[in-house]
Structures are given as C-alpha cells and as structure tokens.
Design a protein around this ligand. Sequence first.
Ligand code: PDD
Length: 286
Amino acid sequence: MSEIVYLNGEFMPLENARVPVLDRGFIFGDGVYEVIPVYSRRPFRMPEHLARFRRSHDAIRLDYPLSDPEWTRLVHELIQRHGADDQSIYLQVTRGVAKRDHAFPKDAVPTVFAMSSPLSTPTREAIENGVSTVSAVDYRWQRCDIKSTSLLANCLLRQVAADSGATEVVMFRDGFLTEGSSSNVFTVRNGTILAPPKDHRVLPGITYDVVLELANNNGLPCEVRPVSEQEVRSADEIWVTSSTKEVLAVTTLDGKVVGTGRPGPVFRRIHQLYQEFKRTIMRQAA
Ligand code: PDD
C-alpha cells in the first residue's frame, strides 16, 4: 500500500502528490519546514516544534497557513494513516506558485505539504561505539536559526562528511563551534557540558533543549556559551543531537580520536536519561 501524504487540504498517495514547477519552493527554496519525531504514535514535543515552525514563518514573512489545532489534527491524522508506531513527521510550507520574480508575489497561496516516514533512530552499533565526524568552515548564511528548505549549503557540507565515510560534519565559524549539517553539537570538558548559545548561527534544536533540561534537572553541570574550536578539538566528549539522531557520541573528529575514543560517561548518562524520558512519554500515551 502506498504511503499517504497531505498536500493543500487533501490526503493522497505519495505518487499522486504533485507541485507545479513554478512553486517558489522549487524555484527559490522559498519555504520552511519541521521534522517531528513520533514515539508510540505520540508526537514528541509537538507544541515546541509548532512554536519553532511559526517563528520560521514569521522570520521569512510567510503567513502561517494553519492554526496550531489544525496542524495538530493533521499530524494525528497522518500518524493514524501510517503503519509504524515510531514515525518522523515532515511538514513543509512554501510561498506558493507564482511567475518567477525574486520579490514576494502579491496573492500566491502557500503550498502546504506533510508526510510521515518510519522513524529510523540510531543503530545499537552507533550508540555503543559512537560515530565519526569531519570539520568544516561554516559558510552558510547569517540566519541559520530559520528552519528553511534552502538547504544547499547544508547538503554540500554533509556530502563532505559522506565523502569521507563520516556521519556528520562539525562546523566552525570565526573560530567558534556552530553545529552540524542537520544536528546540534555539544562538548564535554572536565565533566561540564558546553553548548553554543541559540543565536542566528544555529538552529534552535528541540533536542538541544531537551538535553539541557535533562542535564539541569539531574545535576549535570552545563554552560551555554561560545565554544572555541580549540575547546572542541581537545574536548573529552563530543555529541550530536537531533530529532532523528536523538543523542549520539562522536568518537572521531577529522580522524583524530575524541577523549578515550569511546562514548564517554556523560554521554552514557544523558543517553540513559533521554531514553527514560521517552519511555515516560510513551507510558503517558498508553
Ligand atoms: N534537522 N541543526 C540543524 C541545521 C538541523 O537541520 C537540525 C534538525 C538540528 C536539530 O534540531 P532538532 O533537535 O529540533 O531536530 C540542528 C532535521 C532533523 C532535518 O533536517 O531532518
């Protein structure tokens, strides 16, 4: 049976979903998106994801086409129509179809698209052994806080990692840590978790917030402040976080071992807390 997706008010099989070539999402990457993980058929941190989605719309001066209750109903409908218990919901809104002109069209109707895929969380191997990364200069634009579908730089940077068999790229701008191509990056030094502040240089990750909350609630020291490249390169631990990666330990950076070369003790604690937190949410859903 074909996957059912949502496009502009209708549910339909994926292969029937079509967008005109003049859609500004296709022509300019003029759109915003969200990825929401679903555990045991329950969306994780939905209000926070929707709040970020609304901020992305505001930031690119795009009308928020559905209300939060309407998005919530749509997400639940997709979850019901999909077979898997754990899913990844993708929402995308573009500025709609119009004659090609960089300036905003006067009366284009936003294109609204949503789909669900099975959630593929990291393998046991990745959790137990960690993943490899390579570094890169972060040459993206100055509004990385917007979850925009214009992801060419992120794709180019991820491919740098893929070309060398690495899982993710760790980026630096002006000598300071920013993030990965599709994840936030944490480090641990002398037992303290360090995270770059949520400013225009990084996406304000929902998983980033969960990790800091879990750390704070469980007495793990953390500091949110600029983290220098040198601090990252000599860190005891490095982690990447995202809705699909959850929390993963980085065990090599540019072929050089991070810490002991194994996922560290602070990672193991935070990973355990994250899994417990998810289980609590699943129990509430039952
Ligand atoms: N990416 N930074 C970037 C550039 C991202 O694209 C993402 C998420 C994150 C982590 O955000 P969150 O914890 O809210 O998932 C940070 C999603 C998963 C994607 O593009 O598929």
